[in-house]
Design a binder for this molecule. Structure first.
Ligand SMILES: *[C@@H]1O[C@H](CO)[C@@H](O)[C@H](O)[C@H]1NC(C)=O
Ligand SMILES: *[C@@H]1O[C@H](CO)[C@@H](O)[C@H](O)[C@H]1NC(C)=O
Ligand SMILES: *[C@@H]1O[C@H](CO)[C@@H](O)[C@H](O)[C@H]1NC(C)=O
Ligand SMILES: *[C@@H]1O[C@H](CO)[C@@H](O)[C@H](O)[C@H]1NC(C)=O
Length: 142
């Protein structure tokens, strides 16, 4: 099996795993969101969303809209080195991550209207899963 295929299978099984976790957890949350944190940008602008979960070996970013929960990107820290291995679940050119404050911020290149919604980061290690604060991304003036 080639590496690319293996990688995409990994992403899929991760995604399925997360959907199972999410359907119980996120959907009720979505209804309760009163928007703690807001980030407003102009269409086409770049933005960086920061994650307040630290010290997890794996950090993922999700986008929630009223239709779906989408896993965007996962960064996994190597066991020996401190480098992050990045797995994209969406088009690579739009999203990136940067390491900051012992966590992983999400970078969105050129925000489109389909990017608007609620963003969550989630940390995971072998025994725990924890979710960060939700961030609402909207266009300025809306
Ligand atoms: C947005 O990010 C991209 C890729 O890093 C960069 O090429 C572009 O100049 C940035 N645009 C703005 C408005 O900062
Ligand atoms: C890092 O943490 C400091 C202090 O809590 C905060 O002011 C800053 O915005 C954070 N930077 C990022 C990129 O999250
Ligand atoms: C996972 O994270 C939790 C909370 O930070 C921590 O208590 C636990 O020891 C961690 N487990 C492993 C296996 O690193
Ligand atoms: C992240 O922010 C949320 C909302 O402000 C807060 O409830 C949570 O305790 C924070 N988590 C950490 C690890 O600071």
């Amino acid at each position: 099996m080639n590496t690319e295929l293996k990688q995409s299978l990994n992403v899929n099984s991760l995604f399925l795993h997360n959907v199972v976790v999410l359907s119980g957890f996120f959907i009720p949350c979505l209804l309760q969101i009163t928007s703690d944190d807001r980030v407003s940008v102009r269409p086409g602008e770049n933005t960086t969303l920061s994650c307040n979960i630290t010290d997890y070996t794996e950090i993922s970013w999700y986008l929630l809209t009223f239709e779906e929960v989408k896993l965007l990107i996962t960064a996994e820290q190597g066991k020996l080195d401190k480098f992050f291995l990045i797995r994209f679940s969406v088009a690579e050119s739009y999203f990136d991550i940067v390491k900051s404050n012992s966590s992983v911020s999400l970078v969105i290149n050129g925000v489109r209207d389909t990017d608007l919604g609620f963003y969550y980061c989630g940390g995971r290690n072998r025994t725990h899963i924890k979710f960060g604060k939700p961030i609402t991304l909207s266009f300025t003036g809306q």
